[in-house]
Design a protein around this ligand. Structure first.
Ligand code: PLP
Ligand code: COI
Length: 335
């Protein structure tokens, strides 16, 4: 299999149409067989539930080329389980979890020529998603759904690669208590668009949200969880209104089991973050992106950027993903 002729090392985080995508349709109470197609566009009613009432959710995951030339995915079973949670909350049919993993494997295999080579710094981003496709005008769930997975090669999520980020404490909220902050619904991202454009216009890389009920505790950014470091301790917010990041859950285990760090998963107060030495955003797209500064209404809190501990976490996690560090049982799915 010959790789595509792409300047892998200079890819940004963008969409590129690849050869094949997976499609399955749910109708009359059941999923069809599903399969690959080369057709990258979707035709639907002007009144489709997804267009009118945003009935859609998605996942984000990556395929990598390892040091010894295999193609692998990182913990796809957890993406399958989280997508099932999102679907239940959005009143959408669950795509069976084992079938989800099989469909991911099929999609990656069909696009093997698009998986960036080891050492390029790029990976193949996979976007599983589901949406209500039939016409709905009264507010209610759709009757017909599509589940799809497309693949696109990507580089770093943030412009400038791993240069330390500057965040601002957001005045707007991302997630309500008892709302949808803990699932990966498109609507959570739609309502963040105004705020992200504003943050960029004001010179910030991202918005850091606090809890909307009390504005006391740190939550996460629009597209990643956050970790803080002090000495040998990793601290990360515990909250019912943030997305349960697979990267963050993996980092917690790496910190404890590989680096011998202490870990505190607990509510983190906005007024305590000044004492932390290092901080980073974590997610599939963000990987671990070091934070240089968090600005709280004119008050600047500075962090070490790619400090010693963030660097070790980054090297160990990406080493596990790319096959240079031994992985815990079940983390790596060989394609
Ligand atoms: N938080 C939000 C809001 C996200 O969109 C993402 C991205 O998926 C994450 C956190 C990180 O989650 P994961 O590590 O599972 O990619
Ligand atoms: C991911 O990390 O996979 C996401 O879905 C985050 C998104 C902001 C790109």
């Amino acid at each position: 299999m010959e790789k595509k002729n792409i300047d892998w090392s200079n890819l940004g985080f963008g969409y590129m149409q690849t050869d094949m995508r997976f499609v399955s349709t749910w109708r009359d109470g059941a999923w069809d067989e599903g399969g690959l197609t080369d057709k990258a566009t979707i035709e639907m009613s002007e009144c489709a539930c997804v267009l009118q009432y945003a009935q859609t959710c998605f996942e984000g995951m990556k395929a990598y080329t390892t040091a010894d030339g295999k193609i692998v995915c990182f913990r796809p079973d957890l993406n399958a389980a989280r997508m099932a949670d999102s679907c239940r909350q959005m009143k959408m049919p669950v795509f069976p979890e084992e079938k989800f993993v099989e469909a991911v494997i099929e999609t990656v295999r069909a696009n093997a020529a698009w998986v960036p080579p080891f050492g390029s710094g790029a990976s193949l981003y996979l976007r599983p998603f589901m949406f209500g496709i039939d016409s709905v005008i009264g507010v209610k769930p759709a009757n017909v759904y599509q589940f799809r997975i497309f693949a696109t090669p990507v580089g770093p999520y943030f412009k400038g690669g791993i240069k330390p980020l500057t965040l601002r404490i957001s005045d707007l909220d991302r997630a309500a208590p008892r709302g949808t902050g803990h699932i990966k619904a498109g609507l959570n991202y739609a309502m963040s668009l105004y705020n992200i454009v504003d943050a960029h216009e004001q010179g910030y890389d991202e918005n850091l949200y606090v809890d909307s009920a009390t504005r006391t505790f740190i939550e996460e950014t629009g597209g990643a969880n956050i970790i803080f470091i002090k000495g040998n301790t990793l601290v990360t917010p515990k909250s019912d209104t943030i997305l349960p990041s697979i990267t963050r859950r993996s980092i917690v285990q790496v910190a404890k089991d590989y680096l011998g760090m202490e870990v505190e998963e607990r509510p983190v107060r906005l007024d305590e973050i000044g004492q932390f030495e290092e901080a980073g955003l974590c997610g599939t797209a963000a990987v671990i992106s070091p934070i240089g500064k968090i600005v709280d209404h004119g008050k600047e809190l500075t962090f070490a950027g790619m400090g010693e501990k963030i660097r070790k976490l980054y090297d160990t996690l990406t080493g596990i993903q790319m096959g240079t560090v031994a992985a815990p049982e079940g983390w790596i799915q060989v394609i």
